[in-house]
Write a protein of this length. Structure first.
Lengths: 113, 113
């Protein structure tokens, strides 16, 4: 069945560092891909998404490109801030699984000033 | 303001004492869902509803009940809570299952002793 694998955390970086959080998926065809973010004490919120190969989703300085050839959707940001500290979830949605969201385990990001 | 409201935010109860966690959304969304979040296990879907009077099991439905009598409300019922249901619970809603972004409540932290 469909699955999502994220890099394990926590990931600890200094402010202004470059961020990459890896996400790879297993699915047939062309699923839609998402990154959600969970700030401390809050529910998840959609950060960005991409619905077809080579699409780039972007929001709040974060970017992720849908790579069909490597089945990946890595999250990147050029210069992180303390306020980016959160848990990041990669997810996919596919018609073969009746559009149910399949979630990665989440990656905790800690940014130190 | 568009939002998903869960109550209560925190709940401590004893084994076997029935409880209900309420969820309400003001966005006229058709799709609603309940998740539990546990360390190392990510998000797991408990139940979901595609519309009024239509509910379906998710990945971990045992020990839970739901109802969808009105479009805006989707309560989660634990008839006889057990300690293994201690978790952080999230309600979420969207226009439809699939590519529509999920809007999450702020969570209910349940402890069953």
């Amino acid at each position: 069945g469909d699955s999502v694998t994220q890099m394990e955390g926590p990931v600890t970086l200094s402010e202004e560092a470059f961020l990459t959080i890896n996400c790879t998926y297993t699915a047939t065809g062309y699923p839609s891909l998402f990154w959600y973010v969970q700030y401390p004490g809050e529910g998840l919120q959609l950060l960005l998404k991409a619905t077809k190969a080579d699409d780039k989703g972007s929001n709040k300085g974060f970017e992720a490109t849908y790579r069909k050839e490597t089945t990946s959707f890595h999250l990147e940001k050029g210069s992180v801030q303390v306020s980016d500290s959160a848990v990041y979830f990669c997810a996919l949605s596919h018609m073969d699984s009746n559009y149910q969201l399949i979630w990665g385990a989440g990656t905790k990001l800690i940014i130190k000033p | 303001e568009a939002q998903v409201t869960q109550n209560p935010r925190y709940l401590i109860t004893v084994t076997g004492k029935k409880l209900t966690v309420t969820c309400s959304q003001n966005m006229n969304h058709e799709y609603m869902s309940w998740y539990r979040q546990d360390p190392g296990l990510g998000l797991r879907q408990i139940y979901y509803s595609m519309n009024v009077e239509v509910t379906d099991k998710g990945d971990v439905p045992e020990g839970y009940k739901v109802s969808r009598k009105e479009k805006r409300n989707f309560p989660l019922i634990l008839e006889s809570p057990s300690p293994n249901q201690t978790s952080l619970y999230f309600c979420a809603s969207s226009w439809a299952r699939g590519n529509s972004p999920l809007h999450f409540g702020n969570g209910t932290r349940l402890t069953v002793t």
